[in-house]
Ligand binder design. Structure first.
Ligand SMILES: [Zn+2]
Ligand SMILES: [Zn+2]
Length: 276
């Protein structure tokens, strides 16, 4: 299913709305290098979404946003005639610190906010969990409880990589955590997202990281459509230039397979719909 988009060079009319740069703690790539990579693989637009983790505090988040703003402003001057560039953030655990989240979201220059759950309260990032030796059901139900809190708090435009933990599970653990067991919880969460006119993203990182699944997987995207969801963005979650646009064509294919005819790209916190 997965085609290396950056080598293919034919992503005209596609958007990558989830990209990290050196303003995130886990990337060393510049905004300019990401723009150059996006243009070379033919993307129509990109959104920079550097990490603002609420548990790191307000000054750390403001520092990220300040640095990104200045780089995006310059990048728009250089690349703006070839590439649509949005300034976003990936807001981690907004429901853990509502006053911080509201303060960040008052910033009128921010185009796009991905709300993500990287760890449950008092727990480590899902990246560090040893799924082969833990109770998967407990982890998943805790995740859905907190995801419901996140979607109800409203501090986001789209929910980031639903079922994030699948990215780090072994194949055996993924079978034990078969998503169909949790459709009731997932359905209730997606219903709140749709009713509040918010969206979800199709995160293609599972494809280019080799688990052969988008996050969330196709069945969940279909469920979002079934409850009346309309806003879906596509993003690679790239932390380096070589993965900008990676598997975005497959994410768009997945969106079509789920019955959608358009994808969203955010400007000034509003979705602009693009035919796919
Ligand atoms: Zn994330
Ligand atoms: Zn991310």
């Amino acid at each position: 299913m997965y085609v290396n988009a950056t080598e293919k060079g034919g992503l005209t009319s596609y958007y990558d709305s989830h990209i990290h740069t050196e303003h995130s703690h886990d990337s060393v790539c510049s905004v300019d290098s990401m723009c150059e990579a996006a243009i070379s693989c033919g993307l129509k637009g990109i959104a920079f979404t550097d990490h603002c983790e609420t548990n790191k505090g307000i000054s750390a988040c403001l520092k990220v946003i300040k640095g990104l703003k200045s780089d995006v402003k310059r990048a728009r001057d250089i690349f703006g005639d070839k590439l649509e560039i949005s300034l976003g953030i990936e807001l981690g655990q907004p429901h853990h610190d509502l006053s911080l989240s509201h303060e960040l979201l008052c910033d009128g220059e921010i185009d796009f906010v991905i709300g993500s759950l990287h760890h449950a309260r008092g727990q480590q990032d899902y990246y560090y969990i040893d799924y082969d030796h833990e109770d998967i059901d407990m982890i998943m139900y805790r995740y859905y409880d907190e995801l419901m809190e996140l979607v109800e708090c409203g501090c986001y435009d789209v929910i980031g990589h639903i079922n994030y933990q699948l990215r780090y599970m072994s194949a055996v653990a993924r079978n034990r955590g078969d998503l169909s067991k949790y459709y009731r919880e997932l359905g209730a969460i997606l219903d709140v997202v749709a009713k509040n006119n918010k969206g979800i993203e199709i995160n293609s990182s599972g494809l280019w990281r080799g688990i052969d699944l988008t996050l969330p997987p196709l069945e969940v995207i279909k469920m979002f459509r079934a409850v009346g969801g309309e806003i879906v963005t596509t993003g690679s979650d790239s932390h380096d230039a070589s993965h900008v646009g990676a598997a975005i064509d497959s994410a768009v294919e997945c969106l079509r397979d789920a019955g959608f005819e358009r994808c969203a790209f955010f400007k000034q916190r509003k979705p602009i719909f693009k035919a796919i």
